[in-house]
Structures are given as C-alpha cells and as structure tokens.
Write a protein that binds this ligand. Structure first.
Ligand SMILES: Cc1cc2nc3c(=O)[nH]c(=O)nc-3n(C[C@H](O)[C@H](O)[C@H](O)COP(=O)(O)O)c2cc1C
Length: 325
C-alpha cells in the first residue's frame, strides 16, 4: 500500500502504533517495525532520560526498520524533564517523533533543527490546523472512541476525520477505534493517509503487559470503558473496572477536585495492573475498540491480516459493488 504517509515516513504500510504509557516499549515497537508499520517508543514510560537512551538502543538491536519516539506533554503540576528527554531523542538519532497531549511548539524547533519529522496527535480540527501552521509534518487525529485522552469535544471519528481531512493539507492518520482491515479502508475513505492503533496493539503477543489484561480486552466489549476526569477537563477513557467506577462516583459529587481522586488515578497503579495482571488494582487505558478485538496475534500476524483484509475489501467488495448487476 502506498499513501502520502508511507512515502513521507519510509514505511511499508500506512499503520501506526501510537505512544502508549507502560506499553510502548522496545519489544512491541520493534515487532511493529519488523512487520512494516511504524511503532513509537513512549518516552515517559522510561523513568529517566538515560533509561530512554537505553531503550532506544535496545529497540535498535531488535530491528533495522524505522521507528519513532512519542513525547507526551502532560498537564501536570510536576512536569518531567521534557528538555532532557528531548535531547536524548535527538542525540540517539531518532528520525520520527510523535508529540501529543499539548501544544508541541516549544519542542518543534529543536526537532526540526535536526531534521526530525513530527507527527502531532490531537483531538480537534482546530488543533490540527494550529499544529500544521506551527510546521509539524503530519497529523494524527484521535476521535472520541479512542483510548486515553479524547479531548472535551466528543466528536467521533466518522465526523472528525473527514472534517479534518477537508481542512488539513499535510498527511493525516486517523486514530481511535481502529482494529482491522475494515478500519484501514474506512480511514482511507474518510480522507486519511493511514491509521493509528493503540488498544489493538496492546493485545498482541509482543505487547509487554500481563496476559490477564490481554485476555480481559478480548473478553470486554465496546461498552467496557469509562470516561473519567471529565469534571477536571482532562477526560480520559479507561477500561471500566471497580476503580474507574469509584472515581466516577466521587466525581459525580459537586465541586470535586483532583485531590479527591489522586489516590485512585495515579499512573503508578496502572503500571502495576500491566505488570501483575490484577485488573482491579488501578485504572488502565483501553478504548471502545475492545469490542472488535477477539484474539492475541503477533504484531506481524495482525498487520498482515489487516493488509490482506483491506486489499480484499477494496478489490472485491468495493470494486465489485461498481459492477452492473
Ligand atoms: C495503554 C494505552 C496507553 C496510552 N498512552 C498514551 C500516551 O502516553 N501518549 C499518547 O500520546 N497516547 C497514548 N495512548 C493513546 C494511543 O496512542 C492512541 O492514540 C489511542 O489508543 C487510539 O485509540 P484506540 O485505542 O482506539 O486505537 C495510549 C493508549 C493506550 C491503549
């Protein structure tokens, strides 16, 4: 498959494995790269910038194909040392960065000065256009269905992707709710140049999370998520469990603040979930697309199946539908 995305980023297939906190580690990213798609190591999963340097080196030992690093800019009281993470990305010779979470302006000029290509992930047409004006190379637009941070506008991909495609001129990948060949064809039909997946890649053999969580994703259907932290205007879509329900219970009360739920929403608890497989230990991220995930393939099996299915849909179903009866 050839699209503006594959041409710009030098990958075989227009498929991306976006940044995933605690999941976007070398073994998954390398497996995605070896299968012909574009994977991103998640910078902030590494406790220090030096750990990120080691993780990038480890990924290079596992693949000679292109891969990138995700730098998520979070609204937090105690920000991580972004500049140091950024320097490690540059010094390690990374050629592609996915920025997300907030305006990437502060980091852009540094990456650009080193010829690094930037995909900025956002959740609104206006933010895409702003990023385009700032000079990013491509946009990843995340619809309301997505795992993680869908923003506050609640526009699903079926509207958001073509609305963005009508205005954004640079290559764009569609994100949120994609899992299979049907999704890839839909993304292209809606005007995107490829698709990005998070939850689907969590549920692959190489994904470095506990088997129980992968099995839970297979068991869950499309209703098994909660939107927490809406009252804080920092909405997050997580897999529904006892903790997400407890958070929602607290947040249904008037005038709640982050302090009321801080003990429940800590990212460290989510990390323990992925490590131990105890799905009720904390909140963990997954999207509505759980309803389309029925197996735990290798990344290569997944990507090969997606491409084969997409080709079949285009050549047989869609092309066939043009023929006279
Ligand atoms: C476990 C998990 C962790 C995530 N962490 C991040 C993150 O740290 N930074 C980021 O930009 N996106 C993060 N995301 C969002 C994904 O990159 C992607 O945009 C999203 O999963 C797309 O929706 P989908 O899950 O329906 O495919 C995360 C997603 C998951 C499933």
């Amino acid at each position: 498959m050839k699209t503006r995305f594959t041409e710009m980023f030098g990958v075989k297939y227009p498929i991306v494995q976006g940044g995933m906190q605690w999941v976007g580690r070398a073994e998954l990213v390398a497996a995605v790269a070896n299968a012909g798609a574009l994977g991103f190591i998640t910078a902030l999963t590494q406790p220090t910038p030096e750990d990120l340097r080691t993780e990038i080196a480890r990924c290079r030992e596992l693949t000679d194909q292109p891969f990138g690093v995700n730098l998520t800019i979070l609204p937090t009281l105690k920000p991580p040392p972004y500049e140091e993470y950024r320097n490690v990305i540059i010094e390690s010779g990374i050629r592609i960065v996915e920025t997300a979470g907030n305006n990437p302006e502060e980091h852009l000029k540094h990456f650009k000065a080193h010829g690094i290509k930037i995909i900025h992930k956002c959740t609104a047409v206006r933010h895409s256009l702003k990023a385009e004006r700032l000079g990013v190379d491509a946009i990843s637009i995340d619809g309301f269905e997505c795992a993680g941070h869908p923003g506050e506008d609640d526009i699903p991909g079926l509207v958001l992707i073509p609305a963005a495609a009508d205005k954004v001129k640079i290559p764009m990948i569609a994100s949120g709710g994609f899992a299979d060949g049907r999704g890839l064809v839909a993304a292209l039909a809606l005007g995107a140049d490829g698709m990005n997946m998070g939850t689907r890649f969590m549920c692959t053999k190489e994904s470095p999370i506990h088997e129980n969580i992968k099995k839970q994703i297979v068991e869950n259907d499309e209703r098994a998520t909660d939107l927490v932290n809406r009252v804080l205007r920092n909405t997050s879509r997580v897999a529904r469990n006892s903790i997400s329900q407890e958070v929602l219970g607290i947040q249904s009360q008037p005038e709640t603040t982050i302090a009321d739920v801080a003990h429940l929403v800590s990212g460290q608890r989510g990390k323990v979930v992925y490590e131990t497989g105890d799905k009720e230990h904390g909140m963990w991220t997954a999207g509505m697309v759980q309803g389309l995930i029925h197996d735990i393939p290798t990344a290569k099996e997944l990507i090969d199946t997606i491409i084969a299915d997409a080709e079949r849909i285009i050549q047989e179903r869609l092309h066939g539908s043009l023929k006279p009866a």
